[in-house]
Design a protein around this ligand. Structure first.
Ligand code: IMP
Length: 175
């Protein structure tokens, strides 16, 4: 059990299950990209531990870069627009694998994917540690999913509650 501020979290996905599943995802990526040299684009902050663990199991040549997403309200009908910050150079011609911690409404990954697709990568795939299918609001094509979970708030292994709780070896859920 873990208490952060006013909330209590209880164990949800333990370290073993998490690590085994991430290993399986890495094996799948090794297979799918066996003749390629993908660029992993890690969406900060939440995905940093997942990305690190995944990458240690990749045996193909690969590069990594990090992006941050800033959200702001736009008056246009599109609503929330997110801008990708920190991508040093365009991903044109590269086999990109976007690495996310969790896909909830899908809006973040949709915006990021659109912006990267605009730079004409050779291919674009999405890998997420967690996916909440019941919360999804927009269609997203996800190639690698660690765990599909119910629509509940989780923390740990990189995921935060109010910037706290990222530093655990397991995923916990709001009690
Ligand atoms: P989306 O745009 O709604 O898919 O949200 C994606 C982002 O929301 C993730 O990258 C997380 O930062 C955050 N998020 C969504 N669900 C959770 C959760 O259960 N715990 C912690 N952060 C979450």
């Amino acid at each position: 059990m873990l208490t952060i501020k006013d909330k209590t979290f209880v164990p949800f996905i333990d370290e073993n299950r998490l690590k085994n599943r991430i290993f399986q995802l890495a094996e799948q990526i090794n297979q799918d990209y066996r003749d390629k040299e993908p660029l992993l684009v890690v969406v900060l902050n939440g995905a940093f531990i997942f990305a690190a663990e995944l990458m240690t199991h990749l045996t193909i040549p690969c590069r990594v870069t990090f992006i941050r997403v800033s959200s702001y309200q736009q008056t246009a009908s599109t609503g929330v627009v997110r801008e990708v910050l920190g991508l040093g150079e365009p991903v044109t011609g590269q086999d990109v694998i976007l690495i996310e911690d969790i896909i909830d409404t899908g809006l973040t990954i949709q915006d990021v994917s659109r912006q990267l697709t605009g730079q004409q990568p050779a291919s674009l795939a999405i890998a997420t540690m967690l996916f909440k299918p019941d919360a999804l609001k927009v269609p997203v094509n996800i190639q690698y999913v660690g765990f599909e979970i119910e629509n509940r708030f989780v923390i740990g292994y990189g995921l935060d509650y109010d910037e706290l709780g990222r530093n655990t070896k397991e995923i916990l859920v709001l009690a």
